[in-house]
Write a new protein. Structure first.
Length: 280
C-alpha cells in the first residue's frame, strides 16, 4: 500500500488501539485494519474500535466518502479462529443472550457500514474471508489487487455465516453463486471476482491504494446530500418493490431539487466552473 501525499495533508484520528488506524485525507475517511501478523483478523480490541470509527465518520461532516483497507498482504481474515479455540462464541451467555449480543454487534458493524450515509469503497490487497468478506461486501464498491481473493470460510470451521454474509453475497452475485461460495468454500480469485461482480475493479497491488483513494476522492466531490439520498434510493431497490421505490425516489428528488447544492450545481454548470457543494 502506497500513500504518496504529504503527511501534513493527512489528519490522524485516534481509535484507542494500534490495531485500527484512521485518518481524514482530503475529505476521505480512511480506515486501516492493522493486524498484518494475523491477516487483519477481527479481535476484541480491533472490532469495537471499528464500530466506533464507522459511527464517528458517518456523523463527521468533513468526511464525504469512506475507504477501508487492510495493512500488509490481506484485507481481513474474518474472525480470529485461534481465539475461538480458547474462548468460543458467547460461552458465558444463554442461547438467547448470545443471539441478542451478536445481533447488536452485527447491526453496529456491517449494518452501520451498509447504511453509511456516504459512499464507501473497500481496497483489498489480499484475501477477504468470512466476516472480513462481509465487511467488504457491506461497502458500496470493492477494488482488488491482482493477488486478492475471496473465500466464505465458514464451512471449514462448521459455522453458518454471520455479519450479513448470506444476504450481502446473494444481493451482490446472485443466490445460486452465493450458495456455491458458501457450500464449497472455494476461493474466488481476482479475475473471477471481477467476472461475477464481486469486485468492481482489479488494480496492480502497488497501485491499489492510490487507485481506490482517487475513486473515493472523485465521489467526494459531489453534493453530500445528493450522494446520501442517491445511496438511500439504491439500497431501497434491494428492499422495496418498484412502486414503493418510485415513491421514495420522488421524495428524495424533491429534497435535492430544493437544496442549496442543487442551486450551486446549476450555477456552476452555467458558469463553466467546478461546483462548491456544502451538503445543504
Amino acid at each position: 500500500m502506497v500513500i504518496r501525499r504529504k503527511m501534513s495533508e493527512i489528519r490522524e484520528i485516534a481509535t484507542g488501539t494500534r490495531q485500527l488506524l484512521a485518518s481524514i485525507d482530503q475529505n476521505i475517511g480512511v480506515i486501516i485494519l492493522n493486524r498484518p501478523e494475523a491477516r487483519n483478523a477481527l479481535s476484541d480490541e480491533l472490532t469495537p474500535a471499528l464500530r466506533n470509527i464507522i459511527k464517528e465518520f458517518d456523523s463527521n461532516e468533513e468526511v464525504r466518502s469512506l475507504l477501508i483497507t487492510g495493512s500488509g498482504k490481506a484485507f481481513c481474515a474474518g474472525g480470529d479462529v485461534k481465539s475461538m479455540s480458547t474462548e468460543g462464541i458467547g460461552p458465558k451467555l444463554t442461547r438467547e443472550e448470545a443471539i441478542e449480543d451478536l445481533q447488536k454487534k452485527q447491526l453496529t458493524l456491517t449494518g452501520a457500514l451498509y447504511n453509511f450515509s456516504k459512499p464507501s469503497i473497500a481496497a483489498l490487497p489480499g484475501p477477504a474471508a468470512g466476516a472480513g468478506l462481509a465487511i467488504a461486501l457491506a461497502c458500496d464498491m470493492r477494488y482488488a489487487s491482482n493477488t486478492a481473493f475471496a473465500i466464505a470460510g465458514y464451512g471449514r470451521i462448521a459455522l453458518s455465516g454471520d455479519y450479513g454474509i448470506s444476504w450481502l453475497l446473494s444481493k451482490t452475485i446472485g443466490l445460486s453463486k452465493a450458495k456455491e461460495l458458501m457450500f464449497t468454500n472455494d476461493k474466488i480469485d481476482a479475475s473471477e471476482g471481477l467476472r461475477i461482480g464481486l469486485f468492481n475493479k482489479i488494480v496492480e497491488e502497488k497501485e491499489l491504494y492510490e487507485a481506490t483513494f482517487n475513486a473515493a476522492k472523485n465521489m467526494a466531490r459531489f453534493s453530500p446530500l445528493a450522494l446520501s439520498l442517491m445511496k438511500k434510493n439504491l439500497n431501497n431497490s434491494n428492499e422495496l418493490n418498484f412502486i414503493e421505490a418510485l415513491d421514495k425516489e420522488a421524495a428524495c428528488l424533491i429534497d435535492t431539487a430544493r437544496s442549496n447544492d442543487h442551486k450551486e450545481g446549476i450555477k456552476a454548470f452555467v458558469e463553466k466552473r467546478k461546483p462548491k457543494f456544502t451538503g445543504n
